[in-house]
Ligand binder design. Structure first.
Ligand SMILES: [Mn+2]
Length: 135
């Protein structure tokens, strides 16, 4: 079964917003067999749109009242990670040279065992603790 892709215009949809979603969903269904494109509305239609849809014998698209972007919708890069045996300096280097302030720590079976942040490392660094054990 194909995955659904919902196509919608803006909130408080006007006629161009609703009709564009319907037209684009139809076009995508005609040229791309990968997904099932479904036009939806994220607000109720007005009288004008209702009239237009009736004139061309089209049904009002489904109304999604609580459409909210999910984490899944964000574009992620593959996360950078450190292994539990990585050195503190290597970890600090990765944290400061890559994005963010934390790094996921993975165990021997590539499973997440925690996260490490600059604020975890900094007190150790300031105390000289890891310099003693790394040299
Ligand atoms: Mn509009």
């Amino acid at each position: 079964m194909k995955e659904n892709v919902f196509i919608f215009g803006h909130k408080n949809p006007d006629t161009d917003s609703v009709c564009s979603a319907i037209a684009y969903a139809n076009l995508k269904n005609a040229i791309d067999p990968t997904y099932q494109y479904i036009p939806i509305i994220i607000g109720d239609i007005n009288k004008e749109t209702e009239f237009v849809l009736k004139q061309v014998d089209l049904q009002k698209p489904m109304y999604y009242k609580h459409l909210k972007p999910q984490i899944l919708d964000m574009i992620f890069e593959a996360p950078k990670v450190v292994t539990e045996s990585a050195s503190i300096m290597e970890t600090l280097d990765k944290i400061t040279n890559d994005y963010g302030r934390v790094l996921p720590v993975i165990g021997s079976h590539n499973h997440l065992i925690g996260v490490v942040s600059i604020s975890d490392i900094l007190p150790l660094y300031m105390s000289g603790w890891f310099i003693e054990i790394e040299t």
